[in-house]
Design a protein around this ligand. Structure first.
Ligand code: HEC
Length: 223
């Protein structure tokens, strides 16, 4: 695998993407101005900038255009790219880039080393393209992957800020009854899920509400 030239190109693209993103965000509300947690996914954005979409809610993904075989579920806020297919635009063919950890067949993470979910998958049956590999400080093997599939485009939005606005509204309404609202940056992306296990019960959150709030807190967490 000729990894380093690719990596350099990706870095340059990522930088360009971040700059563009920054310019776009000037003038939007501070609370929603953080792109948050998407740096690991941005590498393919330069090719198809107008096709980027975000899941508004937990969204099923399928292996086939007929949407009969379920692969798993996208997490709210996850960025994917709809494939250009002028002949069948409604089919919702997409790809997304993420990370898997060796030994875990059911999770696609947004970034290497952070347990922020891009999608939860149904066991071993799904396939992916391997983009690269990294061993972390604890000797865990992480694989950078591209996942292909099909999705119902109805619950996708072109604006990630729309997703985070909904999350902030829900979070403010449901998580401030017993104590002041905690800042997302009070805990790391790997600490929030444990807290939410308890607090989702306190707040009587439905599973999709819990997924949205957890994702918002993890993607805006303490680095
Ligand atoms: C029914 C009351 C109640 C609701 C609603 C509630 N909490 Fe809590 N929360 C508590 C109590 C009590 C504590 C302190 C004791 C503890 O840590 O369990 C706490 C503590 C916390 C802490 C601090 C944990 C720590 O380790 O310092 C965080 C963060 C938190 N809550 C987040 C949330 C979030 C997010 C929600 C919404 C999903 C929420 N809470 C809703 C009662 C509530």
């Amino acid at each position: 695998m000729s990894f380093s030239p690719d990596l350099n190109r990706n870095k340059t693209r990522q930088l360009a993407w971040l700059l563009a993103r920054l310019l776009l965000l000037i003038g939007t509300q501070a609370a929603c101005a953080q792109p948050g947690g998407t740096a690991g996914q941005a590498t393919s954005g330069a090719q198809q900038p107008d096709q980027a979409r975000y899941a508004e809610q937990p969204t099923p993904i399928y292996a086939d255009a007929g949407h009969t075989q379920t692969l798993g579920m996208l997490t709210p806020g996850t960025k994917l790219y709809l494939e250009r297919n002028p002949n069948a635009p409604a089919q919702g063919a997409f790809f997304l880039d993420g990370w898997t950890q060796q030994g875990n067949d059911t999770a696609v993470f947004l970034q290497q080393g952070k347990r922020t979910l891009a999608a939860s998958m149904n066991g071993k049956s799904w396939r992916f393209q391997k983009l690269g590999e990294i061993k972390d400080d604890y000797d865990n093997l992480w694989t950078h992957i591209r996942l292909n599939g099909y999705v119902d485009t109805k619950t996708l939005t072109a604006s990630q800020d729309t997703v985070w606005h909904a999350a902030i509204t829900l979070y403010s309404a449901r998580c401030s009854a017993c104590h002041a609202l905690h800042k997302p940056t009070e805990f790391t992306a790997n600490q929030w899920p444990g807290i939410l296990e308890i607090m989702a019960k306190n707040a009587a959150l439905q599973p999709p509400e819990k997924a949205l709030i957890t994702q918002y807190l993890q993607t805006h967490a303490k680095p």
